[in-house]
Design a protein. Structure first.
Ligand code: SF4
Length: 202
């Protein structure tokens, strides 16, 4: 079984699925089987059950990590929405601060509106903007949903902001300076802060 909880750069991460509808050109999964202190993050037979996730939560000392966790990889967490919601409720009951790192495509993945139920169980969300236009987004993110993905991602981000949780959009600095500037303008227009992440191959 792959690591359900792993640590990297002084933070704790929860890995609940390897599924993802995208093939981002910069995806860290292209570079290896794990990051940070993890052994492997690829689940060989099946994604973890909620019981396995809860057991991992019970066996981990979040106190060493500011009592906080980041839901992130090795896949898109909202592909396992039921387990995500249940695991977050369980961690909330333990007072753990929860950030979700997501591609923002949950509504398309789950074929319904999902921002409200997700925002009710997390504290903070970081959504991959990746590019300033739908065309450039599709080029770099390669979502299985085609052209509608960019607008769906932006709509999800706006809803998260409206539901009152800490909301950020992110780009990785593998795109051009000009595109980063255009992303900044877009984020200013919609009133959501942008974080420019440094690309890391490990
Ligand atoms: S959305 Fe995340 S997990 Fe999916 S391909 Fe892109 S970087 Fe990788």
């Amino acid at each position: 079984m792959a690591d359900i909880i792993y640590t990297y750069g002084g933070s704790a991460y929860l890995n609940i699925t390897n599924a993802c509808p995208c093939r981002c050109k910069f995806c860290i999964r292209n570079n290896g089987d794990s990051v940070g202190e993890a052994t492997t993050l690829w689940f060989d037979k099946h994604s973890p059950t909620i019981e396995e996730i809860k057991n991992a939560i019970d066996g981990f000392d979040f106190g060493k990590y500011n009592n906080s966790v980041i839901l992130c990889g090795y896949g898109e967490p909202t592909c396992a929405l039921d387990n995500l919601i249940e695991a977050c409720k369980y961690m909330k009951s333990k007072g753990i601060f929860i950030r979700l790192n997501t591609n923002g495509l949950s509504d398309l993945i789950n074929k319904r509106e999902t921002a409200k139920e997700i925002c009710e169980v997390i504290d903070s969300v970081s959504i991959s903007l990746n590019a300033p236009t739908a065309e450039k987004y599709n080029e770099i993110t390669q979502p299985s949903f085609g052209e509608k993905a960019f607008d769906a991602m932006l709509g999800f981000a706006k809803e998260c902001k409206e539901f009152g949780i800490q909301t950020k959009l992110t780009v990785v600095d593998v795109i051009s300076e000009e595109d980063i500037e255009d992303c900044k303008k877009l984020c200013e227009e919609i009133g959501i802060p942008l974080r420019v992440r440094e690309y890391s191959a490990d």
